[in-house]
Write a protein that binds this ligand. Sequence first.
Ligand SMILES: Nc1ncnc2c1ncn2[C@@H]1O[C@H](COP(=O)(O)OP(=O)(O)OP(=O)(O)O)[C@@H](O)[C@H]1O
Ligand SMILES: [Mg+2]
Length: 443
Amino acid sequence: MKKENSPAHEVLIVDDSPETVELIRRNLESVGYHVFAASNVQSAIKLLETINIDLLITDLKMPGESGLTLVRHVSENFKGVAILVITGFPSIQGAVESIKIGAEEYLVKSFTDEELFQAVKNALKKTSHKKKSGRELSPQTFGIVGASEGMVQVFDTITKARATQATVLIQGESGTGKELVARALHYGGNDSKAPFVPVNCGGIPDNLLESELFGYVKGAFTGANETRPGFFQTADKGTIFLDEISNTSLAMQAKLLRVLQEKEFYMVGSKKSLKVNLRVVAATNVDLMQLIKKGLFREDLYYRLNIITIDLPPLRERGPDILQLAEFFLNKYVKELGKSAMHFTPKASRALQGYAWPGNVRELQNLMHRLVILADDSTIDVPDLPESFRFSASQSGTLDRTLDDMVKGYIADVLAANQNNVSLAARVLGIDRKTLREKMKKA
Ligand SMILES: Nc1ncnc2c1ncn2[C@@H]1O[C@H](COP(=O)(O)OP(=O)(O)OP(=O)(O)O)[C@@H](O)[C@H]1O
Ligand SMILES: [Mg+2]
């Protein structure tokens, strides 16, 4: 067994595609994980006899034994090892199956680096519950960063909703933290062992969604060679998270309404109804009311879903949270990448606060990640930020600057945005190079 709190985790990747193995290996090694690899189940099982691992990442479809065999083997014989399953699109059912038999998380190909890191972290976090108790999360905020008025309201509603089994509808622009809130509703800082099953309704074609959600019986359609459970069965006694619920067809909405009303459903091809006991959390980044008006979303389903609603404010309306989040992510990546502490200049802080953040927290998180990777020194100034931040930086918020100061500041920003190339900057400013040089001398 490994030491507690050991920063380096040992990971075993099992996949027959050398490209996938290399991709994951490179990503994980760059942040300090130790990586082992095997190209099939047989050699993985052999390897497991000689090494101690914290995390297994396995593909399901491989020549020879299926990855499911490995998942079962590890979850039965190596308690405390986290399991992350990687699956191609056609075998999402396999992912559902693997969660049933002990996998913590699954990831659908092709995934981004961020999704990989998140899934690895989630999987490890879930098993660390099994090994140790006590977590760093603040019980009031569930590990969600923020103290603005809007977020305090959100924390308050999460606390109240957690005490019930009521259906929750989370509304907010893309990247505002809807999935984070859904997980907080489920885990809420406790060691919940019940399943949390996220379903991206927008990412699964409608004709597949029904069998993914409710499962199917053998012979239900061509290719249904065996009976398979769906996400609803997997989530029994836990939480099903229906993400991007607006992307479901009206026919699908009717079926969901039925589950919410009766707590029962039919597997595809079966006449026997099944009962489940779970909490439904749904999320949307579009206004469902607008869709209802256009006849694209069922009003009755809407009212079933929004027993409790949580409105996540866009980041630009969270005031002080912007800098708190920026510092939170900056420190996180500094630590992860083993760099020394970094900070923002006052002007850069202002630029961050004045920016509109169309991609919300996700955009801010990605920006901080990029800044830490690219940083040459410990100070982040406006020229280190993308060009779109120049404008918010020049809006310093005060109305006491002289026109000369404004011009000087603007020229400096345009030059910085153009790598100090005078010809380019002059073109942007609509003046010739000579005039620009004179203005620069005055500045
Ligand atoms: N308040 C917060 N504190 C810390 N991390 C946050 C916060 N809000 C969001 N994040 C992080 O930002 C990223 C995006 O959040 P999440 O995936 O929950 O957003 P979302 O609303 O579901 O987005 P989308 O609509 O695009 O699916 C995640 O990595 C999440 O951990
Ligand atoms: Mg989401």
